[in-house]
Ligand binder design. Structure first.
Ligand SMILES: O=C(O)C[C@@H](Cc1ccccc1)[C@H](O)SCc1ccccc1
Ligand SMILES: [Zn+2]
Length: 165
């Protein structure tokens, strides 16, 4: 199980670098991230959140938790529509806020063997993919909110810091 960085940790703002080497180290990180995500529990996890600044995301929105998706160097090639969802984030425990995102996305990525694939989706999976790619670009969902809301959240997080979340 890997340690998940908690906001406001400056490392959450680092921009992740493209993956170039498909070696055993990468495979181990993918397995460790999947284990960490399932244990959280969560439906997505970006490498940035475990202080590994490479463009790698794991996602599993299945009910049975047996459909792990690995997206390496993911790119949104097209997006359409608008949808809002009350999002949470494993790096911002206990905070849930309405966020507006594209409803449908077409994503290009490499799988864990480096094979390119394309995915067109909507619903929770589309929201999760956008949320995770934001992490790779150093963006945390609460920073999309107004300054007033963000400041209130930071105060709340500071108060909760002593409590084991
Ligand atoms: O921090 C993360 O990236 C994990 C996020 C992924 C996510 C956030 C908002 C909407 C969709 C996905 C979540 O904390 S995983 C927890 C969760 C579980 C079910 C539905 C929404 C969030
Ligand atoms: Zn998150």
């Amino acid at each position: 199980i890997l340690n998940i960085l908690h906001y406001p940790d400056e490392r959450l703002h680092k921009i992740a670098a493209p993956v170039r080497q498909f070696d055993d180290k990468l495979q181990q990180l993918i397995d460790d991230m999947a284990e960490t995500m399932y244990a959280a529990p969560g439906i997505g996890l970006a490498a940035t959140q475990v202080d590994a600044h490479i463009r790698l995301v794991v996602i599993d929105t299945s009910e049975e938790k047996n459909a792990l998706m690995v997206l390496i160097n993911p790119e949104i090639v097209s997006a359409e529509g608008e949808t809002t969802y009350e999002e949470g984030c494993l790096s911002v425990p206990g905070i849930y806020e309405e966020v507006c995102r594209a409803e449908k996305v077409k994503v290009k990525a490499l799988d864990r063997n480096g094979t390119p694939f394309e995915l067109e989706t909507d619903g929770l999976l589309a929201i999760c993919i956008q949320h995770e790619i934001d992490h790779l670009n150093g963006r945390v969902f609460i920073e999309k909110l107004s300054r007033l809301k963000l400041n209130r959240i930071i105060q709340k997080l500071k108060k909760n810091q002593h409590k084991t979340m």
